[in-house]
Design a protein around this ligand. Structure first.
Ligand code: CO
Length: 466
C-alpha cells in the first residue's frame, strides 16, 4: 500500500503564518487530548517564533506550555523548529548554550527537532544535532532541514549533495523547507525523485506554504514521487500564507489509495474546534485578509511575498515608488553578488534593502549596509556559490579572506549561564528560566517579574483566607 504521513502545524507554523504566533495555550488546551488520537506523524507545536511570542505578548512560560502540551498529548510526537546555532533567533550562540537548549527541549517534551540554517551552512547545525543525539530518548528524531530556494546554482544535483551530507552527519530524517511556497510541482517531482534515488532509505519530508497557490499541486507531485511526510494545517487554519489543508489532502490521498494513518472523525473534530478560535481572531483583526489570500507575485518576481511587501513599504517611506521596477531588477543582481543566498530572514531583508539603496543612489554599492559587510566577512556562514570578488575586495580589502571558521567556534565558556543567573537573581527558579533569559533577556525579566508578583498575590490571599 502507498503511504504518506502528516505533520499537523496548527500550533506552530499556521499560528505563526496567519496570526503572528499570538495563539495562547489556553485557546487550544481542550482539543489536545483529541488531537493526540488523530494519527499524525507529528504535531509541530514549539520553537520558531512561539517561544518569543509566549514571553513577549502572551505572558506565558514557553517551557510550561511545552510541558502542558506533552501532558495532554502523551502519544504524539511533538515537534519543534530550531535555527541551528541561532536557536530561536538570529544571533549565534556558543555551543554550550545550544547544547543546554536542546537538552531542556527534550527534557520538557520535544520528540522531533527539525534543525536548519538559513544559508544551509551545515556547520551551524552540527552542535544542535550532536546535542540531540546526546540527550535522545527512544522517541527522539533529529531532522536535518534544507532551506529551499531557486537560483542558477540550486540544482537537483546540489540538493542531492546536501541530502547526502545531512545523512552522513547522522540525521534520522531530511526535510525540504520551502518557506516562500515557490516550489512548483515539476520542481518537486525532479527534486524528490533525485533525492530518493540518492538517499532513498532516509525518510523525506516536504514543508511548503500556500502563499503562491502552488502547494496542493506541489505536495501531490512530491507524494507521487515518493515523499514520506507532508506538513499540513487543519483546514480552518490552512491556505493563504499557511500550509495546505489536512482534511482536504486526507480525502484526496485516501481516494488515490494512500494510507495516511489519520482518523477521519478526529481530524474533522479538530477542525470543528478551531473554527470558532479562528473566527475570534478574524473578528479582532489579528488574522488579516491579506494573510489568507493567494499571491502569485512571488512566482513572477522570484522573491518571497514578505520581502516584496517590505520593499514596497521602504520605497513608499522614501517616496520612491517610481523606482519599484528598477529595484526588482536589481534584486537578482545583488543576490548573485552574494553567491545566491536563500531569501529568508534576515538575508531577504538584507538583499532587498541593498537593492533599493543601489537603485536610489544611482550607483551600485555606493553605500553598503553593515549587515552586508558582515556577510562578506563570513559572519553568516558560507555562501552557496562564490560571491562577487570585486565586491568582496571592496568590503574586506584586496587580498584579505573572509573568516572560514564558524562564527562561534566551539566556545564553551559557561559565561552566558553565569551572566543569566547573576542578572536574574532569585527571579531564576530553574534552568529553563535561565535559558529563556539567554534567548530573550528583556522579555524574560518582564515575564519573571510578573510571575513573582502573581505568586505573591496568591500567598497574600491565602493568608487572608486563613
Ligand atoms: Co514554514
Amino acid at each position: 500500500m502507498k503511504r504518506v504521513q502528516f505533520t499537523e502545524t496548527v500550533l506552530r507554523d499556521a499560528n505563526q503564518s496567519l496570526m503572528a504566533t499570538r495563539l495562547p495555550y489556553s485557546d487550544y488546551e481542550a482539543i489536545l487530548p483529541t488531537m493526540d488520537k488523530a494519527g499524525y506523524y507529528s504535531v509541530e507545536c514549539w520553537g520558531g517564533a512561539t517561544f518569543d511570542s509566549c514571553l513577549r505578548y502572551l505572558n506565558e512560560d514557553p517551557w510550561e506550555r511545552l510541558r502542558n502540551i506533552r501532558k495532554n498529548m502523551p502519544n504524539t510526537r511533538l515537534q519543534m523548529l530550531l535555527r541551528g546555532q541561532n536557536l530561536l533567533g538570529y544571533k549565534h550562540y556558543h555551543d554550550d548554550v545550544v547544547e543546554k537548549f536542546v537538552e531542556l527541549s527534550i527534557k520538557n517534551g520535544i520528540d522531533v527537532i527539525r534543525i536548519f540554517d538559513a544559508l544551509n551552512d551545515f556547520r551551524n547545525i552540527k552542535t544542535a544535532l550532536e546535542a540531540t543525539k546526546k540527550y535522545a530518548t527512544e522517541r527522539t528524531v533529529a531532522s536535518g532541514c534544507i532551506s529551499y530556494t531557486q537560483s542558477p546554482v540550486h540544482t537537483v544535483k546540489k540538493y542531492v549533495e546536501m541530502c547526502k551530507e545531512l545523512k552522513g552527519m547522522g540525521f534520522d530524517t531530511i526535510c525540504l523547507k520551502d518557506m516562500a511556497g515557490t516550489m512548483s510541482p515539476a520542481e518537486a517531482d525532479g527534486l524528490i525523485k533525485g533525492i530518493k534515488d540518492a538517499v532513498g532509505e532516509i525518510p523525506l519530508i516536504l514543508h511548503t506554504h500556500c502563499t503562491t497557490g502552488m502547494a496542493y499541486m506541489t505536495l501531490y507531485a512530491a507524494i507521487e514521487a515518493g515523499v514520506d511526510v507532508i506538513d499540513t494545517a487543519v483546514s480552518c487554519f490552512s491556505n493563504g500564507t499557511s500550509q495546505a489543508a489536512t482534511e482536504t489532502l486526507y480525502y484526496a490521498l485516501t481516494q488515490l489509495g494512500y494510507e495516511t494513518g489519520l482518523d477521519e472523525d478526529i481530524i474533522n473534530k479538530v477542525n470543528g474546534f478551531f473554527k470558532p478560535v479562528k473566527q475570534k481572531y478574524i473578528d479582532s483583526g489579528l488574522i488579516s485578509p491579506k494573510s489568507m489570500a493567494t499571491d502569485s507575485q512571488a512566482l513572477v518576481y522570484k522573491v518571497p511575498g514578505g520581502m516584496l511587501s517590505n520593499m514596497i513599504a521602504n520605497l513608499k517611506d522614501m517616496n520612491a515608488m517610481d523606482k519599484f521596477d528598477e529595484a526588482l531588477v536589481e534584486i537578482p543582481n545583488v543576490r548573485r553578488d552574494l553567491g545566491y543566498p536563500p531569501l529568508v530572514t534576515p538575508l531577504s531583508q538584507m538583499v532587498g534593502n541593498q537593492a533599493v539603496v543601489n537603485v536610489l543612489m544611482g550607483e551600485r554599492y555606493k553605500q553598503i549596509s553593515n549587515e552586508i559587510k558582515n556577510y562578506f566577512k563570513g559572519e553568516y556562514g558560507i555562501a552557496p556559490a562564490p560571491v562577487s570578488q570585486e565586491l568582496q575586495d571592496k568590503i574586506i580589502g584586496e587580498g584579505n579572506k573572509p573568516a572560514d571558521c564558524r562564527v562561534e567556534d566551539s566556545k564553551r565558556t559557561g559565561k552566558e549561564f553565569s551572566d543569566a543567573r547573576a542578572a536574574l537573581g532569585d527571579l531564576c527558579q530553574s534552568e529553563e528560566d535561565m535559558m529563556s533569559y539567554i534567548c530573550f533577556p528583556d522579555q524574560t525579566v518582564k515575564f519573571l517579574k510578573a510571575r513573582r508578583e502573581n505568586a505573591e498575590r496568591h500567598v497574600k490571599y491565602s493568608i487572608v483566607e486563613e
